[in-house]
Design a protein around this ligand. Structure first.
Ligand code: MRU
Length: 364
């Protein structure tokens, strides 16, 4: 029977022995899935941003390792050799892009896991990797629905009496950046599902246009009321129209709540502070970096100048101009009202508590 429900957008398609990703460089004009058969394919797809977004990067990285293992003849490997091979491949993946911490956290988790199985057979080791990667994919969607619901609760609780809220977001944090539903865009989806969303404004997100290319594509696909603005319109939007809350994703959150996200996020937080607009981060706990106490230790990726000087093959700045292209910036925790995770909403300084709860320990 025909149904009006559209199929959900999928950035990653996986079944045992087969892995594909939606090539985000071709969106919105073409919807093309490309095969990923090994770690090198995964590395290239992440590095060239055929897939992007912190959770999707980690999931694809781990699935690319799993898919390569599934196709290998392991008869010549000892358990120790396979262990070393897996660690080597994980370390290779970490060189693809430096800022998002989810892939590093996944690498740490996996290496701990396989360390405790070193005495087992090579097949056992392989199965652990395969199972871990599959679990990451499955759990991410569940996590994102929880983030969406906690985020909607948090925003509605600070807007009592408002029938429908207007929110603002940046970059693409939706189905394309995750296994599905999204983080900050998951909050938008949850508000919409509850009939509580008046409008989501979203930034074009220069220089790489994740907003106008990808978020626009997702919001139109899901028929969510949405308005595109360019980055420099955000201040005037807050001044001349009403914004109830800003919600953003993140690539790396320090223990004190300093948050690295797409460049332009810091500017939004400063503007939000000036205009008294609550500013939320929305992240899975796998985006919290247990190794750093504040944002100054986060490595900010610098990308190629042509992202600013050439647009879809057309030169928009003169040849030879000097360019600085940091892909992310860091928003200090004092500008953040709350960080929403799958476990609920936390004060930014309480990221250690969120991690403790996530690992089954008592909060500090
Ligand atoms: C759920 S995605 C969160 C972040 O990864 C997202 O906001 C972002 O900054 C992505 O940057 P990108 O350079 O497109 O990978």
């Amino acid at each position: 029977m025909a149904t009006s429900q559209k199929a959900a957008l999928e950035s990653i398609r996986y079944e045992k022995g087969k892995l594909e990703i939606l090539d985000q460089l071709l969106l919105p004009s073409k919807t093309v899935y490309i095969p990923i058969t090994n770690v090198e394919d995964g590395w290239r797809a992440i590095n060239t941003m055929q897939i992007r977004g912190a959770p999707a990067i980690a999931i694809l990285g781990m699935l690319s390792l799993s898919i390569e293992l599934q196709s290998m003849d392991l008869s010549g490997f000892s358990t120790e050799q396979l262990f070393q091979w897996i660690v080597h491949k994980c370390d290779r993946l970490l060189t693809s892009r430096p800022t998002a911490v989810n892939l590093r956290n996944a690498r740490e988790h996996l290496v701990n896991l396989i360390s405790s199985f070193k005495g087992e057979s090579v097949d056992e080791l392989k199965n652990i990797v395969v199972q871990y990667a599959e679990t990451l994919l499955k759990e991410d969607i569940v996590t994102n629905h929880l983030i969406g619901d906690h985020g909607a609760d948090a925003i509605l609780s600070i807007t009592p009496g408002v029938q429908k809220v207007t929110v603002l977001t940046i970059c693409n944090t939706g189905s394309l950046a995750t296994a599905g539903y999204g983080t900050a865009l998951g909050v938008v989806r949850s508000l919409h599902a509850r009939g509580k969303l008046e409008m989501v404004y979203f930034l074009e997100t220069r220089p790489y246009n994740q907003g106008s290319r990808l978020t626009a594509f997702e919001l139109l696909h899901d028929e969510i009321p949405a308005t595109l603005i360019c980055d420099s319109m955000a201040a005037w939007l807050m001044k001349s129209r009403h914004v109830d809350a800003i919600v953003v994703g993140a690539d790396n959150v320090a223990l004190n709540g300093d948050l690295a996200n797409k460049v332009g996020t810091y500017a939004l937080a400063v503007l939000a502070n000036y205009h008294n607009v609550p500013f939320f981060g929305a992240v899975p706990t796998t985006t919290i970096n247990p190794a750093i106490s504040n944002g100054s230790a986060i490595i900010i990726e610098e990308r190629a100048p042509d992202e600013l000087t050439v647009f879809q093959g057309i030169r928009t700045a003169p040849e030879g101009v000097h360019v600085w292209n940091p892909a992310f910036d860091i928003t200090p925790h004092h500008l953040i009202s709350g960080i929403i995770t799958e476990l609920g909403s936390f004060q930014p300084e309480k990221m250690g508590d969120a991690l403790a709860i996530a690992s089954g320990k008592q909060p500090l």
